[in-house]
Design a protein around this ligand. Sequence first.
Ligand SMILES: [Zn+2]
Length: 350
Amino acid sequence: MRIVVNHRHAAHAGRQEMHRGRLVDCVETPARQDLVAQALQAAGFSDCVTADDARSATLALLPRIHQAGYLQFLETAWSRWCALAPTNAAQDLLPDVWPTRGMRHDRLPANFAAQVGYHAFDSGSPITAGTWSAALQGACCAVKAAHAVARGEVRSALALTRPPGHHAGPDFFGGYCFLNNAALAAQALRDAGAQRVAVLDIDYHHGNGTQAIFESRGDVLTLSIHGDPQTEYPFFIGHADELGQGEGLGANRNWPLPRGTGFRAWREALGEAIDAVRDWQADALVVPMGLDTFHGDPISGFTLATADFNEIGADLAALHLPTVFTLEGGYATSAIGENAAELLCAFTRS
Ligand SMILES: [Zn+2]
């Protein structure tokens, strides 16, 4: 397995996120990626590269996944934020106003604060001085990982990156995500010749950004196993009756599971999702690899143990598909490295 490492990830280090009326320390920290990198190195993964050489290919691909206006917003948001007031550089950028039902979504206001709310769906995902740099480099990692797999250089690759990506949609950010690395990998695989790409999201939280990006397309199957949005973030999407639209009808499936779900029930859902990938005759696979299904995760509610990630890796490997993993959630820093290594070791062994 090739590991494509985001060496600029630490440029994005949010200070505080809004949680239930209070500003609290960010949960999505640079340590997460470093801990996974250390664990993979200790486990013997040695094929590690960076992705600077994928910059031009990534810049060409980005507007096919995200709207051009959104990309321009992300690239310039920090400088515009700092231009509003000299003191703004000392704090992160968070939205505080949103267009809701009955308001206009077809006109982007000129006011910068309004634009932030237009593109955001929560107040937990701060934009910092290095957000664009880190997210863009992560996108490069995803594209380079997909190219390595598509060219047959390796059977599988991991985009080892943060901030994560699966909550980022065509023109919105949230859930700590800004650019959708998994969607970029899927598109890169399609462009390199794969006819039918499946995205199987195993993060605790619904992959709403990926679903939104591909919901009207019939060439990318999007599947997500996650906490039931009746009680779990992102709340407003991720139900079982969301099956895609238009040409994408039938190419989206969700497995919302109750908070507290253990590995036995979770693995049944995984089995159904794997069957769906097989039935759909996918010729390449992208796995947004969230590790926040772990029982010790501070912001999630499933009860998987470290040994269970071993089973997940073996189950996914049984598909025998060229596979790109992207690092998504996972906030139990004491275990994130071990859990990632368990899954990926089992995948490569199987
Ligand atoms: Zn998550």
